[in-house]
Design a protein around this ligand. Structure first.
Ligand code: ATP
Ligand code: MG
Length: 334
């Protein structure tokens, strides 16, 4: 993960920046879900407040917020299950309010625990739903069973399934009509670590199938490895919408591991650009760089007689960021 700079006798070395395999790739312009100033009020309580979101084609979009933030309410509005108090929703380019019967079949969803026939097999559950929907072939049933990793257990009664398997069968149902947009409300809720890993694998598979997915969660760490973007809501309002990279990237700071960090800190703090330098609880020096460039920082330190063992862009603790954002319920973090 971390790049190591051994020496820099012959010019500044390249500073490796940790790259994620997704998220930093260019994002499709095609919007599959858009909410415009969406609000929902229950008597005096505003559950969702002026929420504007955009999910683009191919996004694995994390919809995050603590309990009661308004995630399920938003999802229910998007699925046409409840009517917004104000604002509008566009799905796959069409206004939901005016094209319900056209757009809703293009959305696959799992809200809370799926309704399953426990005495029937996984496959028969899919068949039953397929016959209600119409036009679902046996081949499609095979495909979705494969996709959610239930092929081997398809003939077993659902009663014998683990919670994770039931969740995945619920997702298989959501996928039957090959939807362009998949919406999953807390799909990992109640799952043990192994179940969460299986769910994460499934999300990766959906992503590689080219699906656009919106996943709600109250745990940032749960979705950070799979999501390309995240929207964080608190008390019904959007507090941040960005990539995971942007969320965790420090503000141009670098983490430097080196001997004599305390002495280097004193030196750095004498510089106008280095005033914000500090040593974190693990003993790592965290500092801004001249002109924000790692190579300049490296040069400065080496010329002053301090040779970094490692020098990497600083990242921030995601859980802390999430708590800061959602506790304050207000915009930017420091
Ligand atoms: N039918 C309803 N009548 C009145 N208030 C409601 C109703 N549904 C939701 N609320 C309120 O709206 C707010 C948002 O609830 P919502 O279920 O959308 O949150 P959530 O983000 O999904 O939370 P959780 O993580 O617990 O699932 C809460 O304060 C909740 O009590
Ligand atoms: Mg909810």
């Amino acid at each position: 993960m971390k790049g190591t700079i051994k020496h820099m006798a012959y010019g500044p070395p390249a500073i490796p920046v940790t790259q994620r395999s997704h998220g930093s790739l260019s994002r499709s312009d095609e919007v599959v879900l858009r909410t415009n100033n969406l609000s929902k009020q229950y008597k005096q309580r505003i559950a969702v407040n002026n929420l504007s979101l955009e999910v683009h084609k191919g996004d694995i979009f994390g919809f995050l917020g603590p309990n009661g933030a308004g995630k399920t309410t938003t999802i229910r509005m998007v699925l046409g299950l409840i009517t917004p108090t104000s604002g509008s929703i566009e799905i796959l380019g069409k206004e939901l309010a005016h094209h319900r019967s056209q757009v809703l079949p293009r959305v696959g969803a799992l809200i809370e625990t799926p309704a399953l026939y426990l005495y029937m097999s996984g496959r028969d559950n899919l068949r039953a739903v397929g016959s209600v929907l119409g036009g679902v072939s046996n081949k499609r049933i095979d495909e979705v069973l494969e996709l959610v990793g239930l092929s081997a257990r398809q003939k077993d009664r659902v009663r014998t399934y683990s919670l994770g398997m039931k969740q995945r069968l619920g997702i298989a149902i959501a996928l039957l009509q090959d939807p362009g947009l998949v919406i999953l409300d807390e799909p990992a809720n109640g799952l043990d670590p192994a179940g969460i890993v299986e769910m994460r694998d499934l999300m990766h598979r959906l992503s590689s199938e080219g699906k656009s997915v919106l996943i709600s969660s109250h745990l940032l760490t749960e979705v950070q490895q799979i999501c390309t973007r995240v929207a964080i809501i608190s008390q019904g309002s959007l507090v941040r919408e960005t990539t995971i990279e942007n969320l965790i990237r420090g503000d141009g700071e670098f983490s430097v591991q080196m001997e004599n960090a305390a002495a280097a800190l004193q030196l750095l703090q004498k510089e106008a650009w280095g005033k914000g330098a500090y040593i974190d609880p693990e003993g790592t020096l965290v500092t801004p760089a001249p002109e924000g460039k790692g190579r300049n920082l490296n040069l400065f330190l080496v010329q002053a007689g301090f040779v970094p063992d490692t020098l990497t862009p600083a990242t921030r603790d995601l859980e802390k960021i999430f708590l800061e954002l959602t506790n304050s319920g207000s915009g930017e973090i420091k």
